[in-house]
Design a protein around this ligand. Structure first.
Ligand code: GDP
Ligand code: GDP
Length: 481
């Protein structure tokens, strides 16, 4: 009945069916308030971190009380972050099981650290799971070191304590410097209730807010395949400017981030620790790089995608681009190493841009050289304009006036002899701007692209993705009800 695909589906709970019945009766103002974003209740998040095989999935299943998080037994299989809804003593929270990785990769320590850093940024409580029968390994120690700086509460779980006589093994984990180890047997349930009590005790009353702090620094991620010059650009930005700010009053900055002042404004570059920490090992490298990219995008509001302008655009560049698109973040593309670009290469690059970057005609583009410093200052206005678009809200009145005119001039093509009507549009969310069109029939891809192009022309969303959902009202189905 609807071809809406993303998470905005809840706004189908529109007030009063009558609003649908007759165009003449629409009252635009009635929609406005009901559709404010942020009405979705935010549930606190508990992140489970730890190295492979300590029993994280088993613990997640235990917390959920059902076998939902499938325990992965196949080596080398990578899982993504999965979030499950849980509750205990009447309180609801989400449990996030941060993916797996190649267990034999040399980049294991980095991967676990990245996982912990991600949790420090997004979770409300972090649960570090350690296999008490093995004791603290160097990887456990490294991740504990990271987590000791965490402002988010950390609970240390000594897992695989299947019987009372093993409790002494749990006590040895005091050495990790994360307070009292909670002895648990995820497999048998021993200690699970006590652990849940401790988790509830540490959960904040209100979950942390992802929305940008008003007046605080905006968050930027530097992404791109290895060797495009991300750390060089970071150094240039941090170094060429007068001050690298350590501390801005009233803001909390994750230890993995860096505040850099550019043009009199402070920017928060996220996960610079991960950027500077180079992993050049064979097998885990690619996977670690993509984990880092995803985590940085999660934390950021705008991405600078670096592309090496001196070399042909590659598959790997496009993979990173896809991750940016999926993240819904605003985007500036920096063509780096411009000092190496000659006339011929420039001509080639233009062709590659037409072919490979056609998906993001809206992204701002700047040609820079992290080495010489060429044009790096032009990144700032590009970032600002991208964020402005990302934050932009078009009120329902002007939006529908525009829509009416566009559709009158270019009505949707017939489908099966019927003319779909676009009855109403509203912007359901910002960051990125997300629109919902209510129609009486399916809109073809070509017509959607046309509408998006016109929407962008009219309201200017340069630098930001725009999402459009189409809600089709199915008359037959409604009559049956
Ligand atoms: P993950 O990689 O951290 O998610 O670990 P898993 O949940 O996949 O568990 C790894 C292995 O440890 C599996 O064979 C589990 O059956 C086992 N395991 C997990 N929890 C316990 C426990 O409390 N006691 C014992 N004896 N084994 C456990
Ligand atoms: P990262 O892996 O993306 O962080 O890339 P790096 O910053 O480590 O840079 C990779 C290599 O490219 C280094 O040898 C840099 O010196 C070089 N490099 C970075 N930016 C430029 C540039 O603008 N021009 C030139 N010629 N070389 C660059």
């Amino acid at each position: 009945m609807s071809d809406a695909t993303d998470g905005t589906a809840d706004i189908t709970a529109l007030p009063g069916d009558g609003l649908w019945s007759d165009e003449a009766e629409w009252n635009l103002d009635e929609f406005g308030d009901a559709l404010e974003p942020g009405e979705v209740e935010r549930v606190p998040e508990v992140a489970i971190v730890g190295r492979p095989n300590v029993g994280k999935s088993t613990l997640v299943n235990r917390v959920l009380g059902r076998r939902e998080a499938v325990v992965e037994d196949i080596p080398g299989v990578t899982r993504d972050r999965v979030s499950y809804a849980a509750s205990w003593s009447g309180r609801r929270f989400n449990v996030v099981d941060t993916g797996g990785w190649e267990p034999d990769a040399k980049g294991l320590q980095q991967a676990v650290a990245a996982q912990a850093e991600q949790a420090m940024r997004t979770a409300d409580v972090i649960v570090l799971v350690v296999d008490a029968t093995v004791g603290a390994t160097t990887t456990d120690e490294a991740v504990a070191r990271t987590l000791r700086r965490s402002k988010t509460p950390v609970i240390l779980v000594a897992n695989k304590i299947d019987s009372e006589k093993q409790e002494a093994e749990a006590a040895s984990l005091w050495s990790l410097g994360l307070g009292e180890p909670q002895p648990v047997s995820a497999a048998h349930g021993r200690g699970a209730g006590d652990l849940l009590d401790v988790i509830l005790d540490r959960l904040p009353q209100t979950p942390r807010e992802d929305a940008p702090r008003i007046g605080g620094p905006r968050r930027v991620a530097l992404v791109g395949k290895p060797n495009v010059g991300k750390s060089s650009l970071l150094n240039k930005l941090a170094g060429s400017q007068r001050s690298v700010v350590d501390n801005v009053a009233g803001t909390t900055v994750d230890p993995v981030d860096e505040l850099i002042e550019l043009d009199g404004r402070t920017w928060q570059f996220v996960d610079t620790a991960g950027l500077r920490r180079k992993v050049r090992t064979a097998s885990g490298h690619e996977y670690y790089a993509s984990l880092r990219t995803r985590s940085a995008l999660d934390a950021a509001e705008v991405a600078i995608l670096l592309i090496d302008a001196s070399e042909p655009v590659t598959e790997q560049d496009l993979r990173v681009l896809s991750m940016v698109i999926e993240s819904g973040r605003s985007l500036v593309i920096a063509f780096n190493k411009w000092d190496l670009v000659d006339e011929d290469r420039r001509y080639q690059l233009d062709k590659e841009i037409d072919r490979d970057l056609a998906r993001v005609p809206w992204a701002g583009r700047v040609n820079v050289s992290a080495m010489t410093g060429r044009a790096v200052q032009k990144l700032v206005p590009a970032l600002e304009s991208a964020l402005q678009s990302w934050d932009k809200r078009i009120s329902t009145g002007p939006l529908n006036n525009w829509l009416k005119d566009v559709i009158a001039a270019n009505p949707p093509p017939l489908r099966g002899g019927r003319q779909p009507r676009v009855m109403f549009a509203t912007q359901a969310a910002v960051r990125p701007p997300t629109f919902v069109l209510f129609t009486t029939g399916f809109l073809e891809a070509g017509y959607r692209r046309f509408l998006e192009r016109r929407l962008r022309e009219e309201f200017n969303f340069n630098g930001s993705p725009v999402r459009i959902n189409v809600r089709v009202r199915d008359k037959r189905e409604r009559r049956k009800r």
